[in-house]
Write a protein that binds this ligand. Structure first.
Ligand SMILES: CC(C)(COP(=O)(O)OP(=O)(O)OC[C@H]1O[C@@H](n2cnc3c(N)ncnc32)[C@H](O)[C@@H]1OP(=O)(O)O)[C@@H](O)C(=O)NCCC(=O)NCCS
Length: 148
């Protein structure tokens, strides 16, 4: 993702989420050096994914496919690609938060090997008050067996 991609990305964000990130959040992510990627079809941005990488821990910050292009395998493709890039950068674990009501995303994450490791109560704004976040983790490399 380049700075010049941000308006198109933020436009998808507004159509995909009830509580979208603002353009400035994407610009901040680029500025602080988070890994930010777009997925293009025929030169048009149809999705994006952002993660932070600190030593062996990757935190998936946003994964989104344009609503007009959802359900075609692009979300899974992008998630796998992001995990590969993170792994190549030294990540051993990927963490993410997801709304319990987001069944599509939950189905995707579970089928890609993410497991629930906790909850953050009242983490997200919601139509009526707040909604918890499910925290999920995926290990990218098997842990070494304990020795000795
Ligand atoms: C979540 C999201 C990234 C998935 O991307 P996508 O391209 O639509 O999903 P894919 O076509 O790759 O499908 C991946 C899996 O998601 C689930 N899924 C996709 N569409 C679904 C639907 N309409 N109903 C239920 N599950 C669905 C399935 O498990 C599917 O796997 P399968 O095709 O093997 O059954 C996308 O829907 C999206 O951007 N949603 C809005 C933003 C968002 O919620 N992001 C996640 C924040 S944590």
């Amino acid at each position: 993702m380049r700075e010049s991609d941000v308006p198109a990305v933020a436009e998808i964000e507004r159509r995909a989420y009830a509580f979208p990130w603002r353009e400035t959040t994407f610009r901040d992510c680029l500025r602080v050096g988070h890994r930010c990627f777009v997925i293009e079809l025929d030169g048009m941005i149809v999705g994006y994914g952002l993660f932070s990488l600190v030593f062996e821990e990757c935190h998936l910050l946003n994964l989104c496919i344009d609503p007009d292009y959802q359900g075609r395998g692009l979300g899974r493709l992008l998630l796998r690609r992001l995990c590969r890039i993170a792994s190549g950068g030294g990540a051993e674990r990927v963490y993410l938060e997801v709304r319990p009501s987001n069944e599509v995303a939950l189905g995707l994450y579970r089928s890609e090997g993410f497991r629930e490791i906790g909850r953050r109560p009242r983490y997200y704004p919601a139509a009526e008050g707040r909604e918890d976040a499910i925290v999920m983790e995926k290990r990218l490399k098997p842990e070494r067996p304990a020795t000795g």
